[in-house]
Design a protein around this ligand. Structure first.
Ligand code: HEC
Length: 119
């Protein structure tokens, strides 16, 4: 029976790997992000931390590309590009391979889905 041991361990490792999650958004504890995020709490802070350092009217990227994210209205206007860069391509924020923490992404997704309230 000893020769069954190794495969059993491998299966356990594989299952354990699945149970631990692969870090996709669907597996985030929904409680990790606010249910009804607004611009002032906490969306602006998320955007400030992860985007506005480069995407601001004060920075070359924000001014030149039309992707300044200083205000709620600016983010609303760019929502399509914002979502594509952040959720689909995961090209933003740089560097390539860096992605926002899932709770921050979930916060943004909920805010977009709920009509991007600016209060
Ligand atoms: C370290 C600087 C930096 C940060 C932080 C950053 N960006 Fe960018 N972003 C750039 C640069 C530079 C470009 C233009 C060149 C390019 O596309 O790589 C750009 C381009 C974009 C564009 C234009 C379309 C595209 O994909 O090129 C969007 C939309 C965008 N960024 C969204 C975001 C969002 C949303 C965040 C925060 C989650 C963010 N960026 C964080 C530097 C940054």
């Amino acid at each position: 029976m000893a020769h069954f041991r190794l495969p059993t361990i491998l299966v356990a490792l594989l299952l354990g790997g699945c149970a631990a999650g692969d870090g996709t958004l669907d597996e985030v504890d929904p409680a990790a992000a606010p249910a009804n995020p607004t611009w002032s709490d906490p969306v602006q802070r998320v955007v400030d931390v992860y985007c506005a350092g480069c995407h601001s009217d004060d920075s070359a990227v924000g001014a030149q590309e039309g992707y300044a994210f200083d205000t709620c209205d600016q983010v609303k206007r760019a929502r399509g590009a914002f979502q594509q860069a952040t959720f689909e391509n995961e090209s933003m924020p740089p560097p390539a391979g860096f992605v926002m923490p899932e709770a921050a992404k979930l916060t943004m997704k909920r805010w977009f889905a709920q009509g991007m309230p600016c209060d």
